[in-house]
Design a protein around this ligand. Structure first.
Ligand code: AMP
Length: 231
């Protein structure tokens, strides 16, 4: 099973992906997390990605596709995968199809998380994440039990540098320009595209997400019918 979580920064894809990955024993592949890890480790990729990330711009497609290829080769070919924050451009989406094809796999489902820009801005500015296990919290909507500390592993939470007001605005614009066209791309794709209203309680969004993945990846209807909301 290969599922893509699509949607703007701050919509809550990471929170949802971490929860579902745990429940399904799936791999949560967040290119943002992989890039931040590369930066912390000071790798060549981390150094190349740094400027783009700090400006809220996209890291070049070639670097991202190499990163994903290498990461996918690190687990069993049958492992369920939840892609979070990837693909972000049409070239990445096409590259992913080719990469999966080589592995005898394909995208099973695309889930689009949606919310208004003003909600996204608040979510991003209130966001705190765990550098250790990737858990994501929000001081307004989803605070940890103890302020500033990860519920799961006790590590101190961090406020990402690119969650400041100026960079947030740039990231939302980049989403509109470069990633939102993927909605049309996946509307035409064999994999069904399902939409989830994400401006709700985390648990309610999760209930919908879980149901969507369990029915959407079961192949019970023709993909195109589901994308168009028929049947
Ligand atoms: P994220 O944590 O997904 O919001 O990603 C943080 C930053 O990492 C983005 O603003 C980009 O600079 C970079 N990034 C993450 N994923 C990608 C991707 N698939 N393509 C290009 N850049 C990415």
């Amino acid at each position: 099973m290969v599922v893509i979580l699509l949607g703007p920064p701050g919509v809550g894809k990471g929170t949802q992906a971490v929860r579902l990955a745990e429940e399904l024993s799936a791999a949560h592949v967040s290119t943002g997390d992989l890039l931040r890890a590369a930066r912390r480790e000071g790798t060549d990729l981390g150094r190349k990605a740094q400027g783009f990330m700090d400006r809220g711009e996209l890291v070049p497609d070639g670097l991202i596709l190499d990163l994903v290829r290498e990461h996918l080769s690190s687990f069993d070919v049958g492992t369920p995968v939840l892609f979070d924050g990837f693909p972000r451009t049409e070239d990445q989406a096409t590259g992913l199809d080719e990469l999966l094809d080589e592995m005898g796999r394909s995208v099973d489902l695309v889930v689009l998380f949606e919310a208004d820009d003003e909600v996204l801005v608040k979510r991003l500015s209130g966001r705190r994440s765990c550098p250790e296990d990737g858990s994501v919290y929000n001081v307004y909507f989803n605070p940890p039990e103890t302020e500033g500390v990860c519920d799961r592993c006790g590590t101190d939470l961090v406020h990402r540098k690119d969650d400041n007001a100026e960079t947030v605005a740039r990231r939302l614009q980049v989403y509109q320009d470069e990633t939102a066209p993927l909605i049309a791309f996946y509307g035409e794709h064999d994999a069904p595209l399902e939409r989830i209203e994400a401006d709700r309680e985390v648990d309610d969004v999760f209930a919908d997400f879980r149901r969507t993945v369990s029915t959407g990846s079961a192949g019970d209807r023709a993909p195109r019918e589901r994308a168009e909301g028929r049947g």
